[in-house]
Ligand binder design. Structure first.
Ligand code: UD1
Length: 363
């Protein structure tokens, strides 16, 4: 019997781990444990996803909560070290690029437990992003590097990762999207928010670079008026951003954006799937819109997911939104980018990941 400990902490982690846990469930020689670090802890940021995605209850909740990077990373490390001492697993699986990912990988590597990193090799080459530091260090510490697309493997090779440790398995988050798309509750969402199919835009915004500087935030909100003048812009607001909006006296009236609470996974999926376009600074949403075929305008200067631009529906409009006017005009005139679904984003990435892990364990 081999034992795997999976670690999740923040909202985008939950949809990545679900298909892997499910696929590994078919392997009788593998025991799984799920650890939630508690980096995200509000019902709407965390618990709702466990129910919706059919995730098992976490075996351990480290309840680290919010803090500075060092406080949060350090708290996960101290508490996760105890978990690993108790559990003594054969493998630790970490996903994505949040502080919990790095903290767990660091503890496991130092305790001599091999680490598998799901979503390996993504690079923005922007060292001002905390996530870029988390990605690079996590990959360096990992024995198994599971890349969502070929560009990830290219980055890993360039950094000197051993060829035998690199596996291009596809995008596990897209497995979750495909499993839930047909049952996403568009009738309820459209009725509750009074929205017409393709008659609105969706906005998400939470990166410190976009929301923490009041002057930058004002510029961005002003640039978005070009969109709000044409169609409703629904904005499920992240708690970090909600705080900034409050401090700046920005609300639905003053910003022109339709502020709503964070949504559950399936509600948000329905909202994206029927939108005219999505505006975002998130990583995962760039990928999800590419698969949904919905034009995406990314409010960042760079992306660690270039395949969404080269093949998908994504366009970078810069962190201050200065390229948004042209891109949005193009959408109104031509309907925007259509793109195609990247190779191996086919709903089978969880199974391929499970195959790599069980082969590694000899299970
Ligand atoms: C984190 C990740 C980011 C990811 C994002 C997804 C890092 C460095 N950042 O950013 O990569 O894209 O999650 O959402 O790991 N808060 C709540 N309730 C919660 C969680 C957070 O109110 O359940 C508030 C707190 O005020 C907290 C702030 O949001 O200080 C930021 O939370 P944190 O987890 O530190 O970073 P995110 O901005 O969510």
């Amino acid at each position: 019997m081999s034992k795997i400990v999976h670690v999740v902490g923040a909202r985008p982690n939950f949809m990545k781990i679900a298909p892997i846990i499910s696929a590994l469930g078919a392997h009788p020689a593998v025991t799984q444990r799920l650890v939630h670090t508690g980096q995200h802890y509000d019902h709407k940021m965390a618990h709702v996803f466990f129910d919706e995605l059919g995730l098992p209850r976490p075996d351990r909740d480290l309840e680290v909560g919010s803090g500075t990077h060092a406080e949060q990373t350090g708290a996960v490390m101290v508490r996760f070290e105890k978990v690993l001492s108790d559990e003594r697993p054969d493998l630790v699986v970490v996903v994505g690029d949040v502080n919990s990912t790095l903290a767990a990988a660091l503890v496991a590597a130092k305790m001599g437990v091999p680490v598998a990193h799901v979503e390996a090799g993504l690079r923005s080459f922007d060292w001002t992003m905390p996530e870029e530091i988390n990605r690079v260090v996590t990959d360096r510490l990992s024995a198994i590097l599971l890349a969502p697309s070929e560009d990830g493997a290219v980055n890993l090779r360039r950094e000197g990762a051993a060829e035998a440790s690199i596996f291009v398995v596809g995008n596990v988050m897209i497995d979750t999207l495909m499993a839930h798309r047909a049952s996403a509750p568009w009738p309820a969402v459209s009725a509750a928010l009074g929205l017409a199919d393709r008659g609105y835009a969706v906005l998400t915004l939470h990166r410190p670079a976009n929301v923490d500087d009041p002057a930058r935030l004002r510029v961005l909100v002003d640039r978005l008026r070009q969109v709000t003048a044409q169609m409703p812009v629904v904005f499920p607001i992240h708690p970090r951003t909600a705080r900034r909006f409050e401090e700046q006296g920005l609300g639905t009236e003053t910003s022109g954006l339709r502020l709503v609470d964070p949504l559950g996974y399936r509600e948000f999926l329905a909202l994206m799937d029927h939108a005219a376009c999505v505006l975002t600074d998130s990583g995962g949403i760039q990928e999800e819109t590419t698969v949904l075929g919905v034009p995406c305008f990314t409010l960042r200067d760079n992306t660690e997911r270039p395949v969404t631009i080269d093949e998908g529906t994504n366009t970078l409009v810069m962190a201050d939104g200065r390229l948004l006017p042209d891109a949005f005009d193009d959408l109104l005139r031509s309907g925007g980018k259509r793109g195609r679904v990247p190779n191996l984003w086919d709903g089978q990435a969880g199974r391929r990941t499970a195959d790599v892990l069980t082969r590694y364990l000899g299970a």
